[in-house]
Ligand binder design. Structure first.
Ligand code: ADP
Ligand code: NI
Length: 214
């Protein structure tokens, strides 16, 4: 599998050339490394974990007019070319389709351990200092306001409302980022998330102190 992983790295780097900074190759590399770290503490198929981490954002629907069918198609074609066994391909595609935060209401109740690992890794990269950086970058990319005291966060949004949300970047912390700590699947994930969660709380505290100049 070593050469397949190397080929996948090369493929993903090429595909994500020019991607928004929060969803670029370096996001994938961090999620890949975090996935490997968490996988060491779990009984799982390591090839499935690594391939899924590398391919999980290969065609993010939010950059493809909401089309959720492109990523599994691209991933299948690539993995078949690499002669990856069909049972591994199916596990990887299942993970790519079900990993997303916005699809969590539709995901099956029992998730395979490999999905839980990559999902934790992806969510860990959404929080902490990197999470703050990615979130402001994405908000800037969308030309959203940083913060608007008149706009309240909306909790429990449906998938459609979440995707259409023109909220502020600060509201994204309350609508998603601060919820992730309690959604961690693995013990290792929980441990890493807690520290990053506390860091975000400190950031928000400071942000509001500086916003409210008196
Ligand atoms: P997923 O890909 O797991 O469904 P999202 O697409 O909601 O998750 O978000 C991935 C990352 O993109 C977030 O962690 C955040 O950094 C950024 N992001 C998504 N939506 C917003 C938003 N409305 N404002 C700011 N950042 C966002
Ligand atoms: Ni991701």
């Amino acid at each position: 599998m070593k050469s397949t992983i190397e080929n996948t790295v090369k493929f993903v780097k090429e595909k994500l050339e020019g991607a928004e900074a929060g969803h670029d190759w370096y996001h994938i590399e961090r999620v890949w490394k975090l996935s490997k770290k968490i996988a060491e503490t779990e009984d799982c198929n390591h090839d499935v974990v690594e391939l899924s981490a590398l391919l999980h954002d290969i065609a993010d629907p939010k950059f493809h007019n909401g089309d959720e069918t492109i990523a599994p198609k691209i991933a299948r074609e690539f993995l078949e070319e690499q002669q990856v066994p069909e049972d591994v391909i199916e596990k990887v595609l299942f993970i790519i389709k079900n990993i997303s935060f916005k699809n969590r209401a539709e995901a099956p109740a029992e998730l395979p351990i490999e999905l839980k690992i990559v999902q934790d890794a992806d969510r860990i990269d959404a929080i902490g200092a990197i999470g703050i950086g990615r979130t402001f970058n994405f908000g800037g990319f969308k030309n959203n306001p940083m913060y608007d005291p008149e706009v309240q966060p909306s909790l429990n949004m449906s998938k459609d409302e979440y995707k259409k949300s023109n909220g502020t970047t600060i509201n994204h912390f309350y609508e998603k980022l601060l919820l992730l700590k309690d959604l961690m699947n693995t013990d290792k994930g929980k441990e890493i998330a807690q520290q990053r969660h506390d860091y975000m709380l400190g950031f928000l505290d400071q942000f509001f102190k500086e916003w409210n100049v008196d």
